[in-house]
Design a protein around this ligand. Structure first.
Ligand code: GDP
Length: 298
């Protein structure tokens, strides 16, 4: 396994104990270690560069601390900067003044949207809401069925076109679901949309059409944490093609260090709101920037 950044920095500063201040050489040596730690966490290179620059500037201007040795002082700065990029506090969902609140999920196929719809449904129910999951992924043959199964397991309602009914218009399904939710007193609608394996224009157009039809209160971009730095390209494509308000990281259980989190947060400026860390419905929680910062640093 990797040495932790803290171990490495402590080694870098071994001969500096007692000096109590950061010289330019100290800062350079530190920056090197931070760079390695971030690259090992699979953070995208431009994000690493921008981050190092920020930390160097802050470290250079830092007050000499009496309480902390140089290694601790740098780690404190790095940690604070990471938490800052990750959004500081956990951001909560925005609910509509007039229900139903519409939450739209967007992301590549396989990113974990359908699974997330079930997890979010269950989580919302636990918070006292009456969610409705809406099957707008009509691209993948089994997606509607998969959402129904997930909804049943989560104990929440689902709105889906009847199989074999020739209902092929996801925009209409999304639109109709909102009226249905109002009639049936569902206060939150979670719209699952289609994804492709790669980014393509039709996918973006369809997602944008659904967005325009239902004016979501929250568009959540779902991204597989295991794709590491590739998360940047995907996030940029969805930001430009559909736009989103928040991010959900999925499959964090398969990714040791969570570099995707930092890359996506830095590049899009949008906050990660939830994290999925397993295939079970309960493997899901609000995202905590401070915990992720420690994880990235190792
Ligand atoms: P979608 O195509 O975006 O709807 O993705 P799915 O929800 O179908 O998920 C794709 C695959 O990833 C499925 O096999 C899920 O069981 C799996 N999956 C989803 N979320 C997680 C997660 O947090 N951890 C793990 N290990 N697997 C997940």
């Amino acid at each position: 396994m990797f040495d932790t950044l803290s171990d490495r920095l402590a080694a870098t500063f071994k001969n500096l104990r007692g000096k109590g201040r950061l010289s330019e050489a100290d800062i350079d040596a530190t920056a090197r270690e931070i760079r390695i730690a971030l690259l090992e966490a699979d953070v995208a290179l431009p994000v690493v560069r921008a981050f190092i620059k920020q930390v160097k500037e802050r470290a250079a201007g830092a007050e000499v601390s009496q309480a902390l040795n140089p290694a601790q002082q740098v780690i404190k700065i790095v940690n604070e900067e990471l938490i800052g990029i990750l959004g500081g506090e956990t951001r909560r969902l925005r609910y509509a003044k007039n229900p139903p609140t519409v939450i739209m999920l967007a992301g590549l196929q396989g990113s974990g949207k359908t699974t997330l719809a079930g997890k979010l449904g269950r989580w919302l129910k636990q918070q006292g809401h009456a969610p409705l999951l809406v099957a707008c992924d009509l691209q993948r043959p089994n997606a509607v069925n998969q959402l129904s199964v997930v909804a049943e397991r989560a104990g929440v309602a689902v709105y889906a076109p009847e199989p074999g009914n020739g209902v092929g218009d996801p925009v209409k399904v999304a639109e109709d679901s909102v009226g249905y939710a109002r009639d049936k007193h569902h206060d939150v609608v979670v719209v699952d949309t289609a994804g492709r394996l790669g980014i393509d224009e039709e996918l973006m157009r369809q997602a944008a059409d659904i967005r325009d039809a239902v004016s979501p209160d929250e568009i959540l971009f779902v991204v597989d944490a295991m794709i590491g730095q590739d998360a940047v390209t995907t996030a940029e494509a969805f930001r430009d093609g559909v736009g989103f308000d928040g991010v959900v990281l999925s499959k964090l259980d398969g990714d040791a260090r969570g570099g995707a989190a930092l890359s996506v947060a830095q590049v899009t400026g949008k906050q990660i709101m939830f994290a999925s860390n397993g295939e079970k419905l309960d493997d899901f929680d609000a995202f905590h920037p401070d915990r992720m910062a420690s994880r990235i640093l190792g």
